[in-house]
Write a protein that binds this ligand. Structure first.
Ligand SMILES: Cc1cc2nc3c(=O)[nH]c(=O)nc-3n(C[C@H](O)[C@H](O)[C@H](O)COP(=O)(O)OP(=O)(O)OC[C@H]3O[C@@H](n4cnc5c(N)ncnc54)[C@H](O)[C@@H]3O)c2cc1C
Length: 405
C-alpha cells in the first residue's frame, strides 16, 4: 500500500489519507520533520485507491514535461498597500479578492496560531485572505483540504485553490475530473522546507529576543523586494529584521539548500504543462524601474484557457504586461529544473536537534562573522544606491509632469 512509497517519491501532500475510504492512513514525522504515510494493516481493505491516486506514483516513468510554453505576464497589484505587504507583486491577493467578490471561497496556506507551523484552510472572508496571503517557506500541512475543496464544489461553490505544484496535482488527482467552479493556482517552487527546521529557526529567535513571536513575515519589503527581508515581531515588542545577507533561514534555504524535502531535488512537477490553471512567482528575470524592483513584480503563467480567463477577470486590480517565457526563465530556472540538495544537508539534520540553529547554519555555509560583516557593508551600499536611484527617477517624473502643458 501507500506506505511502501520511497522517500524520494513522496511529496507529503497528504492526499492519500483523504482518498482512503476507511480511514486507514495516518502520517508519521521523521527525524528531519517531514511526514510520510503509514497504513493501519488491520483497517486497510487493500482496495489500492491510495496508490492509484498518488500523483507521484502515477507519474513515475511516464512524465512528458516538454509541453509548449504558456502565456507569460508581469503583473503587480494597483493597490500600493497590498503590493507592499505581498511576497512579490501581489498577484495572489488580486486573484483571491476576485474569487471572494464572486461569492466563492479560497483554499490556501495560513500560519498556525503559534506561528510555528502552517496548514491549508478554507477561507471565506477578507480576514481569512489576510491570513492566507504571503509565502510561508516551509511545508504546509494539507490534511483534509482535498476533501474540504471537494465538498465546496459539490455544494456548488466556486473556489480558488493555491498551493505547491505537487499539492495542486494531488487535488486534481483526488477530484478525478474537471469542475467549472474550481480555479487552481500553484507557485514556482524552489523546494519545500522542513517544518522542523523552521521551528528550530523560530525557537532560536525566541531565545535570543527572550520572547514568544507574534508575527512572522518573509520577503518583508522594508528594504525592498530584492532584499529578501525577514521580519519577526515579538510579544515583548522587539523586532527582528534581517535580509538575504544575514538571515540564517534565507541563506540556509537559498544558498545552502540545507532543509529541503528529499523529493524536491527530483521534482516531478517542474516542466510544462504545469499542474494548475495559473502559476505565480517572482519575476526576477525582469529588470523593472527602481521603484518596481523595490515594490515587487509578480510573474504569472496562464497554463490553461480557464486560467487566462480568470486572470482577465482579476485584471482590473492589476497592472499587467505581456512578457516572454524566455524572460521568465532567465530569473527562474526553477520553472524547469529542481534545486539540488545541499552537500551539508545531512549534517544539518544530524545536529539541529542539539545545536542552536543560527550558528549551525553559518558554520555549514562556511560563513565567518567577518565575511558577513563585509557583505553587509556591500549590501548597505547597494541599498543607498537603490534609494538614490528611486529618488532620481521620482524627481525626473515630477519634473516631466510639471513641464506638461
Ligand atoms: C516554499 C515556496 C517556495 C517558492 N519558491 C519560489 C521560487 O523559487 N521562485 C519564485 O519565483 N517564486 C517562488 N515562490 C513563490 C513566491 O514566494 C510567491 O508566492 C509568488 O511570487 C506570488 O507572490 P504573491 O505576493 O502574489 O503571493 P503570496 O501573497 O505570497 O501568496 C501565495 C499563495 O501561496 C500559498 N502558500 C504560501 N505558502 C505556502 C506553502 N508553504 N505551501 C503551500 N502554499 C503556500 C498561500 O496560501 C497563498 O495562497 C515560492 C513559494 C513558496 C511557498
Amino acid at each position: 500500500m501507500i506506505d511502501t512509497i520511497k522517500k524520494q517519491d513522496c511529496t507529503g501532500c497528504k492526499m492519500c489519507a483523504d482518498a482512503c475510504t476507511v480511514g486507514a492512513i495516518s502520517y508519521r514525522t521523521d527525524g528531519e520533520g517531514f511526514w510520510y504515510p503509514q497504513t493501519d494493516d488491520k483497517a486497510c481493505i487493500r482496495c489500492g485507491r491510495c496508490v492509484k491516486l498518488c500523483p507521484s506514483l502515477g507519474l513515475s516513468g511516464k512524465e512528458n514535461r516538454d509541453g509548449p510554453a504558456p502565456a507569460v505576464f508581469a503583473a503587480w497589484n494597483k493597490d500600493a498597500d497590498v503590493r507592499a505587504r505581498s511576497t512579490s507583486g501581489g498577484i495572489y491577493y488580486a486573484l483571491a479578492e476576485t474569487m471572494l467578490e464572486q461569492g466563492g471561497c479560497l483554499a490556501g496556506c495560513a500560519y498556525s496560531g503559534d506561528l510555528k507551523g502552517a496548514y491549508h484552510m478554507i477561507g471565506e472572508s477578507r480576514e481569512d485572505l489576510e491570513r492566507i496571503m504571503g509565502s510561508k517557506y516551509f511545508q504546509s500541512d494539507t490534511a483534509g483540504i482535498y476533501k474540504a475543496v471537494h465538498k465546496e464544489l459539490l455544494d456548488g461553490r466556486r473556489i480558488l485553490f493555491c498551493g505547491a505544484p505537487c499539492q495542486s496535482a494531488a487535488l486534481k488527482s483526488y477530484l478525478g475530473r474537471e469542475y467549472d467552479g474550481l480555479v487552481t493556482v500553484d507557485f514556482i517552487c524552489r523546494g519545500i522546507n522542513s517544518p522542523k527546521a523552521y521551528k528550530r529557526y523560530l525557537e532560536g529567535c525566541e531565545k535570543k529576543y527572550r520572547s514568544g513571536v507574534s508575527r512572522v513575515h518573509f520577503k518583508n519589503k522594508k528594504d525592498g523586494w530584492t532584499s529578501l527581508g525577514t521580519y519577526i515581531l515579538f510579544e515583548n515588542g522587539r523586532e527582528y529584521h534581517r535580509n538575504r545577507v544575514n538571515d540564517p533561514w534565507v541563506n540556509g534555504f537559498v544558498r545552502g539548500n540545507l532543509f529541503m524535502r528529499p523529493c524536491c531535488s527530483a521534482c516531478r512537477y517542474k516542466g510544462l504543462p504545469r499542474a494548475s490553471d495559473l502559476s505565480i512567482g517572482d519575476f526576477w528575470g525582469l529588470k523593472g524601474s527602481p521603484e518596481d524592483m523595490f515594490q515587487g513584480i509578480s510573474l504569472v503563467m496562464a497554463n490553461t484557457e480557464k486560467g487566462a480567463a480568470y486572470l482577465e477577470k482579476a485584471g482590473g486590480k492589476l497592472q499587467v504586461q505581456k512578457r516572454s517565457f524566455e524572460e521568465a526563465l532567465a530569473g527562474n530556472l526553477c520553472i524547469l529544473n529542481p534545486a539540488p540538495q545541499g552537500e551539508r544537508r545531512a549534517e544539518f539534520f544530524r545536529r539541529v536537534d542539539t545545536e542552536d540553529f543560527e550558528p549551525l547554519v553559518w558554520e555549514l555555509l562556511g560563513e565567518t562573522g567577518m565575511k558577513t560583516r563585509l557583505k553587509l557593508i556591500k549590501y548597505r551600499l547597494a541599498l543607498w544606491k537603490q534609494a538614490i536611484e528611486r529618488l532620481a527617477v521620482r524627481r525626473m517624473q515630477r519634473g516631466t509632469r510639471g513641464r506638461q502643458p
